[in-house]
Structures are given as C-alpha cells and as structure tokens.
Design a protein around this ligand. Structure first.
Ligand SMILES: *Cc1c(COP(=O)(O)O)cnc(C)c1O
Length: 475
C-alpha cells in the first residue's frame, strides 16, 4: 500500500485511525482519499468522523467503508471562477482531478482568495470574432470590425457618428483638437477625476481650470463652472464619474449662454442616461474608454461619439496622421496615429453585443452590496436615484464614514479583497495645483471614497466576508 507526500491524501486501504492521524497532521480538518494510483475515491472530514464514532464505528474500520463518496470536486481544466463558486464556508477544500479522475492538487478557499477590483467578461463572441479578424489577415487598423464597432457603438450612444481610437485619452485629446482648443484657451475640468481628463487639455497647450465637485453626485459642480468662466473659456469637460451622469441640462445651458463647447468624458459611464438621453450624445463630443477595467473593453481602446458630421470627419482625419480623406499622403493638419486595430474592434463588437447584460449584471452586484451592508451606516453608497439621472455601475462606489478609509482598505487587502481608494483630487498633486479654481468638496470626498471589487466572482461569501470585516472594524 502506497503512502503519499501530499499531507491531505489518505490511501483508501487505510483505517479510520490512519485517516484521523492524517487529518490531525495536516490541520485542514479533512483528508482526500485515493487509491494506489492516486485515483480519487472519497473524502472524509473531521465532522464526518464525529458522526461515525457516535454510530459505533471503530478506529479499525477501513476508510473505504465509511468515506464520503458524494463530494464536491473539480477538474484541472475548470474555470477558476467555477471552482471558486463550488467553494463555500462549509466546503473549503476541493480536490482537483484530471480527466481520468487522478488527483492533481487541492483548492483551498483561504489560500486562493484574491478578489480583483475588476476583471473583463470575455465569455461571448470575443474569441470567435478575434479569430475571424486574425484569419482575415486584417489585423491592423483597417477592416470590417472597425466600421461595425463604430456604427453600433454610435447607435448604442444615440449618436450618428462613432470614431474608434487607440484609447480613452486619445479620444479626449482628439475631441479637444477637433473643437479647435489651442494655446491660450481655458478648459474647465472637475477636480475629482482620472488624470487623463486634465492631461489631454495640457496636450493641446490650453490652460485647464480645475473646479470643485458637487458633494451629492461627486460630479463637476455647475455653479462652480459658471463662476470659473472667463472670456478665454472655450470648453468644459464633464466627467460622468463612477457611472454617475453630470447635471447635463445645467451644463448645456451654461455652455450655450457663454458659447463654449462641452466634451463628455464617458470613460466610466457607458450606457448611463440623463433625462433619458445616453451620455456621449448630449455634449459636442462623447469620449469613451475601453481599457481592461471599463464597462466594455477592447484591451486598450476608445471612441469619440458625436452627432456632428464635421466633427466626426475632423476627428477621423486627426486620428490618422491628419491625412486628407480625398488625397492619400496629403496633410492639411498635424495629426496623430491614434487608430484602433481591427483585432481590438472585433473584441469590442462582441462586448457590445452583451453590453445590456453586462450592465444588468453589474447593477445586480451593486444591489448585492447595498443589501448586504444596508444596516452598516459607515458605508454610504453612491446616490443611485438622483433626479433625471440613470447611473450605471462601473465600480461599486461608497464613502466610508466614521472609520478610517485607508485602514479599511488595508483590512480588505489582508483578506485578499482588492479595493481602490477614490482618485486623488487633481489639486492635491504638485503638477496640477497651479490650475485650481476651487476644490473643497472634492478634497473631502476623495479622502472618504472607496471602490469595492465589482466583477462576476462576487458571491454571497464575498459579501459576507466584507460585511464581517466591516463589523469588526467598527468595533
Ligand atoms: C479610464 C479613464 C480615462 C482614460 O482612458 P484610457 O483608455 O485609459 O486612456 C479618462 N477619463 C476617465 C474618467 C477614466 O476613468
């Protein structure tokens, strides 16, 4: 009879006494029972043994007579997410076998736990379209997937035109260039956003003007925009932060009154609406990101959406070295290479087919958090029913009250739960400080804000773990 070096394994020809010794030594409360060829036969837990002893089983009883033959296992090719789904507080150890049922290793709930803050959902036609694009040999920035993706994404955003680009930052940069933003102009940006929003203003040599946010929506404060306007103001970048639409009717009214442009930074808000209008269709240009952690992804990628033919054509030209669309190798503008590849667009199109489903799933994840933590007033979730707005769930976002946010982040990380603090206010950073107009609310909100992991591996166990961490931290 064979013995095994793996501390969890027990030979099926052993006795209950041997099994107990194995469990005692491995400290896992369980032994995995295999035959001489390591073929998986059963499982025995210390709980099982307690019940057996009560029923007069003796220590000499062969393991094969008492082992659990109906147990949870996984195969080596199973999706890690599936395996995670099988595990629970009760079933912490899962044997993993190959196709011949030979034991390979075990999966343990505690040792595995790492919940990433975000992970892409690639379970639709992504691979199929990607292979199709690859086989077609149109792997560079020409090809039918680009056109299809542009058309369908524009349609999703209720816009006539979509121009796919290499990333969300490029989309913002091109939007400003197409609107004629240049040296000496001022562009208003919110203090609480990802740095790309302000960087693209600086790329055009215009001067950013950083204004405060509204503490309720966390988006740019319209009254502050009005106060910051000067004769040099040429544009506002409205960032729909963490899926929440800005107050677009007020912003558009201010823009019309002062004859300034509005660029929507929709990088975190694909599908959100304001007065039933999709973000990206309200200002002059909408800018989207398809980075790996965004609502839909192309790996890296972005899109400008607009209702203006002139702007779409200009963005298209600027994306492709500023080359004339009538005369090859003729340049009337200094352009960029900001093109998206057909391979990226193939993934994007497949993602777009499922965007409603992806949005619904994310919303359900957020609802799960809200339900699980509803009695814990330390966590104040983002407003999700502000008038005229339908926010979407990018990352489940909340403020941490009466508890140190960074301490909570550390506790979560210790348990393998990856979370994120809010963006630092731009005004907190040396390189941007000189552009500040106002920043008091953004500074407060930024220090309290936290994004919880938002991906399909979040289940009731994860939510309970987070809940327990919070309850302990409050005490
Ligand atoms: C992600 C993001 C961007 C930039 O998008 P990239 O595709 O990473 O260049 C711009 N603005 C906001 C608010 C973002 O979250």
């Amino acid at each position: 009879m064979k013995n095994f070096s793996d501390p969890l394994l027990c030979n099926v020809n052993n006795t209950l006494f041997d099994a107990l010794q194995i469990i005692n030594n491995n400290g896992k409360g369980v032994t995995i029972i295999v035959d001489d060829n390591k073929k998986l036969c059963g499982i025995l837990t210390d709980g099982d043994i307690r019940k057996l002893i009560i029923k007069d089983t003796t220590l000499k009883t062969p393991v094969k007579d008492i082992m659990n033959k109906r147990f949870t296992y996984a195969t080596i090719d199973d999706d890690p997410k599936k395996i995670l789904g099988l595990a629970s507080e009760k079933i912490r150890i899962i044997p993993i076998v190959d196709k011949d049922f030979i034991y390979q290793k075990f999966y343990e709930l505690d040792s595995r736990i790492f919940i990433p803050v975000a992970s892409p959902e690639l379970g639709g036609n992504e691979l199929k379209y990607l292979i199709d694009a690859f086989i077609s040999t149109w792997i560079s920035s020409k090809g039918s997937y680009i056109t299809k993706f542009e058309e369908e994404f524009a349609q999703f955003c209720e816009c006539k035109y979509g121009v796919a680009v290499s990333n969300g930052t490029a989309a913002l940069h091109l939007a400003l260039l197409a609107l004629g933003i240049k040296t000496g102009d001022e562009v208003i940006v919110p203090d609480l956003t990802f740095a790309a929003t302000i960087n693209c203003v600086l790329y055009t040599n215009a001067t950013p003007v950083i204004v405060d946010i509204d503490p309720v929506s966390w988006c740019v404060n319209s009254d502050e925009i009005e106060k910051a306007i000067t004769p040099k103001t040429k544009a506002i970048i409205a960032v729909h932060l963490y899926g929440q639409p800005c107050e677009m009717d007020k912003i558009m009214k201010i823009a019309r009154k002062h004859k300034i442009h509005v660029v929507e930074d929709c990088a975190e808000a694909h599908g959100a609406t304001y007065t039933n209008k999709r973000v990206g269709s309200i200002g002059d240009v909408g800018c989207f990101s398809f980075y790996g952690n965004k609502i839909i992804t192309t790996g890296e990628g972005g899109m400008c959406t607009t209702k203006s033919k002139t702007l779409a054509e200009k963005i298209r030209m600027l994306r492709d070295h500023g080359m004339s669309n009538k005369k090859k190798y003729w340049h009337d503008l200094i352009g960029y290479n900001y093109r998206m590849t057909n391979l990226q667009a193939a993934i994007g199109l497949a993602q777009l087919e499922r965007i409603e489903e992806i949005l619904t799933n994310r919303e359900q994840i957020e609802n799960g958090y809200r339900e699980s933590l509803k009695d814990i007033n330390t966590i104040q979730f983002q407003h999700h029913n502000l008038p005229k707005r339908k926010k979407i769930t990018w990352l489940v976002s909340a403020l941490v009250k009466k508890l140190d946010r960074d301490y909570l982040l550390k506790l979560l990380k210790k348990k393998g739960i990856d979370s994120r603090p809010f963006f630092y206010p731009l005004s907190a950073m040396e390189i941007y400080r000189k552009y500040v107009f106002s920043n008091s609310e953004s500074t407060k909100i930024s220090a309290l804000g936290l994004n919880f992991p938002t991906n399909s591996s979040i289940n009731n166990d994860t939510l309970n773990t987070i809940r327990n961490i919070l309850l302990k931290a409050i005490k």
